[in-house]
Design a protein around this ligand. Structure first.
Ligand SMILES: *Cc1c(COP(=O)(O)O)cnc(C)c1O
Length: 433
């Protein structure tokens, strides 16, 4: 038996440690499933690196225009291969997932076109891209691009009729959000995306299906392009950056559509041929190499979190044994104080800024105060362990990332210990009847 005394340094009681270890033994089969997916994806990534003859010479950076940046081009080719896409655009100067999605949309839509979301309200930060909120400056709406939305997932089931009905002759692009985002709805599997894509293409086969792939990469063996999606976009400080990429985003899919997005990122005429990598290639490659494992560690952490919180009587989604298609774990608390205490506990177990206690604040773009716990090495990185939630009923924390299972477990132990110490949870010793 390992020496438990180190846990005391974090204030973790023996009783809680026992509970968490018991929970771990109950989720071994789920862990095995996650490890199998991770192994497959690790091989997939490595094979893509081999096929593209990745070499240490590709790690050298370019400056200025960045013409003939071999490393950048090989990185694009490796991503294209991993995502089974014709082409990919992977750049450190795509600032975030929002930016990647924004260029995928604005590069492929013109005045009079209509964008349709079939997964209801899009992720918060996209509202200003579309022009649903804010002053509208530079938004799709300002350029005459229309928007409609339909929530086609009812009680976890895809309502294909609703999708069909929502498509009009102007519909040029359909937005599908793979991850649950900050909502209680389930995430979409790649199989679900195949169903949605088939319905859309059945009505009008030139509609561009854009999948918001944030938080979904490597959660399954397949990726959305394999399910018929035309474009995927995401952030490198989430799954595909493996906790190593310092910043960046990607777009992958149909070659013409990806190049259109590149023309928005740089300019028409420059497209994907310009843009210096400035020496970031190695970290973006290495991040991709780490990504399948980082995702599986995060998934295992999420499963443990779900199992432990459920044992303590909290409502969790997904449940510990449920199939996962993204890395987000939602836990419902009964009050503001419980939610804040939990998030502060997560922060206290972090390697960076462990001494800081996050407080709810009025973040731009949200309609209520939000609490965010993050103690990672890259600012805002949510492939590293983070927990956040809008501070309003129903008090829900969204926990994601971790990169390293042990770090999620420690964060969880610290968070639960804080709840126990404040009498907001208790360990019920059930006598076996
Ligand atoms: C994170 C995320 C985004 C983009 O957010 P950024 O913070 O700009 O990276 C978009 N959609 C979903 C579902 C996300 O999780």
């Amino acid at each position: 038996m390992a020496d438990n005394s180190i846990f005391k340094e974090f204030g973790i009681s023996g009783e809680l440690l026992t509970l968490v270890r018991k929970a771990e033994t109950g989720i071994r089969d789920t862990f095995k499933r996650i490890e199998d997916i991770s192994e497959y994806n690790h091989l997939k990534v490595t094979r893509s690196m081999q096929k593209n003859r990745l070499s240490d010479t590709h790690f050298a950076g370019t400056t200025g225009y960045g013409y003939g940046d071999r490393g950048r081009d090989v990185l694009d080719d490796i991503y294209a291969d991993v995502f089974r896409a014709e082409k990919a655009l992977v750049r450190h100067n795509i600032v975030a997932g929002t930016h990647a999605l924004s260029i995928a949309m604005s590069g492929n839509l013109i005045s009079g076109d209509r964008l349709l979301s079939v997964t209801g309200k899009p992720y918060e930060t996209l509202e200003q891209v579309i022009g649903l909120r804010g002053n509208g400056k530079g938004s799709l709406a300002q350029f005459g691009i229309e928007y409609a939305q339909v929530d086609s997932i009812c009680n976890g089931i895809i309502d294909t009729g609703k999708i069909r009905q929502a498509i009009t002759s102007d519909t040029k692009m359909v937005y599908v959000q793979r991850s649950r985002g900050y909502s209680w709805r389930r995430s979409l599997s790649v199989e679900d995306i195949a169903v949605i894509t088939e319905v859309i293409k059945g009505v009008k086969d030139d509609i561009i299906v854009l999948v918001d792939n944030c938080y979904g990469e490597f959660a399954e063996e397949k990726e959305p392009v394999e399910a018929g999606a035309d474009l995927v976009a995401g952030s490198l400080i989430k799954n595909p950056g493996g906790g190593i990429a310092p910043t960046g985003g990607y777009v992958a899919g149909n070659a013409e559509y990806v190049e259109n997005a590149a023309c928005r990122l740089t300019s028409p005429g420059l497209g994907s041929d310009a843009g210096p990598s400035l020496g970031h290639n190695r970290l973006l490659m290495q991040g991709l190499f780490f990504a399948p494992h980082a995702v599986s560690e995060s998934l295992k952490g999420a499963v443990l979190c779900s199992a432990v919180m459920k044992k303590l009587g909290f409502i969790t989604s997904p449940g510990p044994g449920e199939k996962r298609h993204d890395i987000i774990q939602a836990v419902r608390f009964k009050s503001r104080e419980e939610l804040v205490t939990f998030c502060q506990g997560i922060q206290s177990g972090s390697p960076v800024n462990s001494f800081a206690a996050p407080e709810p604040w009025d973040m731009p773009g949200y309609d209520c105060p939000v609490i965010m716990a993050a103690g990672g090495f890259v600012q805002g990185s949510s492939i590293e362990l983070s927990a956040d939630g809008p501070v309003k009923a129903p008090y829900t924390a969204y926990i994601q990332g971790g990169v390293i299972y042990e770090s999620v477990k420690l964060g969880l132990l610290c968070a639960v210990q804080k709840l126990l110490d404040k009498g907001m949870a208790n360990i019920i010793r059930k006598s076996s009847i």
